[in-house]
Design a binder for this molecule. Structure first.
Ligand code: UDP
Ligand code: MG
Length: 316
């Protein structure tokens, strides 16, 4: 068989936020693994404003391995923007995005590469099991993926996170999508091309705690839904129609039975003002997102890069 794989460069993007407890282990494990692979690999770490020793540990590893590239944000901009920045710095024929905590096992990468060679431009990791995560996290995640997929106009595969391989062609399109509040996995689905899944078991973190706090998770869910669906806006119509019907029913009941109590009036008042508030909140969030986009600020600020000396790379 012809050996065309030698020349392929695979870029691995790893966002890092306060991962000092596990980062060295991640680097050692990943380096050992990718060096046993036939392709060339570059590892691109993005420091998303860590307040611990993780940047120093990554710089230390750069002295040992010459394929480690490092992009450092001026502060914490969030996981999705760290991924967005990381892939802009890649040079590979294919780009893999993975967690810096080894929850996404490196052994899945060759399976993704194999599928990529079969002609898939996006190969996403689909979780068949999740170790070491709380029932609450698993339950809310499961619900979220299903609600999102049912609401969104495009098909967003369920139970997939950001662990995936993307062909250069797809990465080039993503690079042009300058969204202030990106929901990367949705954007990758939106792009199209031939997409396929590789099943894997998601491990527990190698160290430390999840950096996705409940507010961050909720924010991601809101961004995912509002970026890809107008279903919440339709909810306003449903609420309006429901309260109208209830109003008519109440009128009829009063007409025929003379039934009229203060309690029911209070109920109606609360119900209606609840509907109005929810609707304003929903419209407000869409408006907020329009505002975020219209500011045209840079998506993130890079304070420092290193390890790119031998390459041309964007100086953003
Ligand atoms: N992360 C980040 N910025 C953040 C939160 C998380 O760069 O604001 C990184 C984190 O270091 C990890 C990845 O994004 O490499 C996914 O986060 P985490 O593992 O905490 O999420 P989980 O796997 O628990 O959903
Ligand atoms: Mg993780």
């Amino acid at each position: 068989m012809e050996d065309y794989s030698r020349n392929d460069l695979i870029s691995v993007v790893l966002p890092v936020f306060n991962e000092e407890l596990g980062i060295t282990n991640t680097i050692e494990t990943l380096e050992k693994y990718v060096q046993s692979q036939p392709e060339d690999y570059e590892l691109i770490f993005v420091n998303d404003g860590s307040k611990d020793k993780s940047p120093a540990l990554i710089e230390q590893a750069q002295k040992k391995y010459d394929n480690i590239k490092f992009v450092q944000f001026s502060r914490n901009f969030g996981h999705q923007l760290a991924i967005t920045a990381g892939i802009r710095y890649t040079k590979g024929d294919a780009v893999v995005v993975m967690d810096a905590d080894l929850q996404d096992p490196p052994t899945v990468i060759p399976k993704m590469v194999e599928k990529w060679r079969e002609g898939y431009q996006v190969v996403y990791g689909k979780r068949k099991a999740r170790d070491g995560e709380t029932f609450f996290k698993k339950f809310t995640a499961k619900m979220f993926y299903r609600i999102l997929d049912s609401m969104a106009k495009i098909h967003i595969p369920v139970d997939t996170g950001d662990f995936r391989l993307m062909d250069r062609q797809v990465v080039n399109v993503l690079d042009q999508m300058n969204e202030a509040e990106p929901f990367v996995r949705g954007m990758v689905s939106w792009v199209g091309f031939k997409q396929g899944a590789v099943l894997y078991e998601r491990h527990a973190r190698n160290a430390g705690k999840t950096k996705y706090t409940l507010p961050k998770m909720m924010r991601l869910a809101m961004d995912g839904i509002t970026s890809f669906s107008d279903a919440p806006l339709k909810l306003a119509n449903v609420l309006g129609a429901t309260s109208m019907i209830l109003g008519v029913l109440y009128f009829l009941i009063t007409l025929f039975t003379g039934f009229s109590t203060l309690t029911f009036a209070v109920f109606l008042m609360l119900f209606l003002s609840g509907c109005i508030m929810i609707t304003i909140g929903i419209v407000g969030y869409y408006l907020f997102r329009v505002f975020e986009e219209s500011k045209k600020r840079p998506l993130y600020i890079v304070a420092k890069t290193s390890g790119f000396e031998n390459n041309n790379h964007p100086e953003v």
